[in-house]
Design a protein around this ligand. Structure first.
Ligand SMILES: *[C@@H]1O[C@H](CO)[C@@H](O)[C@H](O)[C@H]1NC(C)=O
Ligand SMILES: *[C@@H]1O[C@H](CO)[C@@H](O)[C@H](O)[C@H]1NC(C)=O
Ligand SMILES: *[C@@H]1O[C@H](CO)[C@@H](O)[C@H](O)[C@H]1NC(C)=O
Ligand SMILES: *[C@@H]1O[C@H](CO)[C@@H](O)[C@H](O)[C@H]1NC(C)=O
Length: 503
């Protein structure tokens, strides 16, 4: 079947690029790459994280300059800063990342070689795409965004889909799409001020691109507007209903799959707890457990010791901890989806990474979320609003709170029921997210960029798009008319003004 279909679409050379600073950005790309390779395409994937396993047929390019830069940059203590109520990544560091990462990338000879190759299509991460947009100028080929940070709306908005602040919470703050007046003020202020900072950062990045790729390069915002298609890592069942132009498709959970049997060692550990079941703890790949402040580690250990369940804990440290209670097992890597889909899983303790939230819904497991940075706050607000998760604040966390939260999501059936309900919504789709993504990628290839999907809204400013300029025009006309009538009436009545009632 697959080989038959492959003959319907010619094989093409596709370049994928993510400049994302955390490894999880690679996951949706891998899934799409596997699907496209199965369809006979050649896929090259440029990123900053050397592969720890091979995807068959995929050529991964990890320029050492970029890899080193990211390793140095991400030597961070996100949880520690969060606990101290500080910005997990200081604003200045957020701002310098895309500029310095771009310079590191373009300085690398592997990148220079790559820029001498030819491709038919690029698929860029919607998070930090600006540097890679410079490649578009070099290759002059159509490009697609795979928007890994699903709640980030800037690339969708720049391509012409409406994202009014009234219903579009900024991805970095703890709001949902249902905001009161004060929340809408805050949301608008965050959107506008971060947009201003972004445009300043981009003007510096633009000079990096000019230095490496030539003075003629257009502004990256203008290149960005010409996007052919956006694969958005959202779905209305796990994110918010949105008014998308036809060049946007939702592909949340492109990487989700049914659970498989666990390795015997893990299965034995879970079974040793009898029917009590187990909980799974993971703070994701970017929040390195080895960097976790000792106070938090102890708090977790003490809480887990009190639980009547087995605890599987993804913990990225080789140091053997002497104080680990017998019901806790730590491991550097655990098969997350096989665990979340396990019959005996009671709850998932998570940092609220977007892929983790999708997986917990896909497998129907209730969660306790402790957001750390980036989009974790908005992801966990959504999970809370959907009723399958309890949210805790790392800044003020106590062992009692955590114990109580775990107890609640396990024993109050409404959490598991809400997870199952969301699961049924997420799984009720006419084709899989991967099929959707492949269809639209090949659609763009078949129709040479599919530029007929673009709306002129992408070239309009805020005033034009919402017809505020028209509104202003009519207000001016109205005022002029009022003035004229007044004058005319004044003149006609020879100095005896008559008050006009205007409606
Ligand atoms: C894909 O790669 C193979 C092996 O390197 C090559 O023979 C083939 O020509 C490539 N396809 C395209 C469309 O370039
Ligand atoms: C690593 O980052 C620090 C500051 O964050 C910087 O001073 C240093 O030069 C960087 N080292 C390398 C090798 O990039
Ligand atoms: C790229 O190709 C051009 C012309 O084909 C050549 O002059 C240049 O040296 C090449 N650059 C690299 C980095 O290979
Ligand atoms: C959009 O990109 C295509 C492919 O590179 C190019 O041919 C076209 O001129 C671009 N359109 C605009 C408006 O920049």
């Amino acid at each position: 079947m697959i080989t038959f279909l492959a003959t319907l679409c010619t094989s093409e050379n596709i370049l994928m690029v993510t400049m994302g600073g955390t490894k999880s950005h690679k996951i949706p790309f891998w899934e799409l790459a596997k699907g496209l390779i199965n369809r006979g395409h050649n896929v090259t994937f440029l990123n900053g994280f050397p592969a720890d396993f091979n995807v068959e047929g995929l050529v991964e390019i990890t320029p050492s300059n970029l890899v080193q830069y990211i390793q140095n940059y991400t030597n961070w203590d996100l949880v520690g800063r969060r606990i101290q109520n500080l910005q997990p990544i200081p604003l200045f560091d957020v701002a310098r990342y895309p500029i310095e990462a771009c310079d590191a990338l373009l300085n690398d000879h592997e990148t220079k070689d790559l820029l001498n190759s030819t491709f038919d299509l690029m698929i860029l991460d919607g998070a930090y795409p600006e540097c890679a947009l410079g490649f578009q100028y070099v290759y002059n080929i159509p490009f697609i965004y795979l928007n890994t940070v699903g709640f980030y709306t800037a690339s969708v908005s720049r391509s012409g889909s409406p994202t009014p602040y009234s219903i579009t919470p900024h991805f970095a703050i703890a709001l949902t799409d249902d905001m009161n007046f004060l929340q809408r003020i805050m949301n608008s202020v965050v959107h506008v001020s971060l947009q201003i900072i972004h445009s300043i950062v981009i003007s510096v990045l633009q000079s990096v691109l000019r230095k490496h790729l030539g003075d003629e390069i257009p502004h990256v915002y203008d290149i960005s507007k010409n996007v052919s298609f956006i694969l958005q890592n959202t779905h209305f069942s796990v994110s918010y209903p949105r008014a998308h132009m036809p060049n946007v498709a939702e592909i949340a959970c492109i990487h989700c799959r049914p659970a498989q049997l666990l390795p015997k060692e893990l299965e034995d550990f879970i079974s040793s707890g009898g029917d009590a079941g187990f909980i799974y703890v993971s703070m994701g790949s970017s929040v390195k457990a080895a960097n976790m402040p000792e106070s938090l580690r102890q708090l977790l250990v003490q809480t887990f010791a009190k639980l009547p369940y087995r605890v599987l804990w993804k913990y990225e440290s080789t140091i053997i901890q002497n104080d680990l209670p017998p019901n806790v097992k730590i491991s550097r890597w655990l098969p997350q989806q096989d665990i979340l889909g396990h019959k005996k899983l009671k709850a998932f303790i998570t940092h609220g990474g977007l892929l983790s939230m999708f997986e917990t819904v896909y497998h129907g497991a209730p969660a306790v979320v402790m957001p750390v940075f980036c989009d974790h706050d908005s992801n966990s607000e959504k999970a809370k609003a959907d009723g399958y998760a309890l949210k805790l604040h790392l800044e003020t966390l106590t062992s009692e709170q955590l114990f109580k939260a775990i107890h609640t999501v396990i024993h109050d059936p409404k959490y598991r029921n809400a997870a199952k309900y969301r699961q049924s919504l997420l799984r009720d789709q006419k084709c899989t997210p991967l099929e959707t993504a492949i269809y639209w990628t090949e659609y763009v290839l078949r129709h040479n960029g599919a530029y007929h999907l673009q709306s002129p809204s992408r070239n309009m400013g805020f005033m034009q798009f919402y017809s505020l300029d028209i509104l202003c025009f009519f207000i001016v006309i109205f005022l002029l008319l009022k003035l004229l009538i007044k004058r005319y009436v004044i003149k006609a009545s020879r100095g005896q003004p008559i008050k006009l009632k205007m409606h």
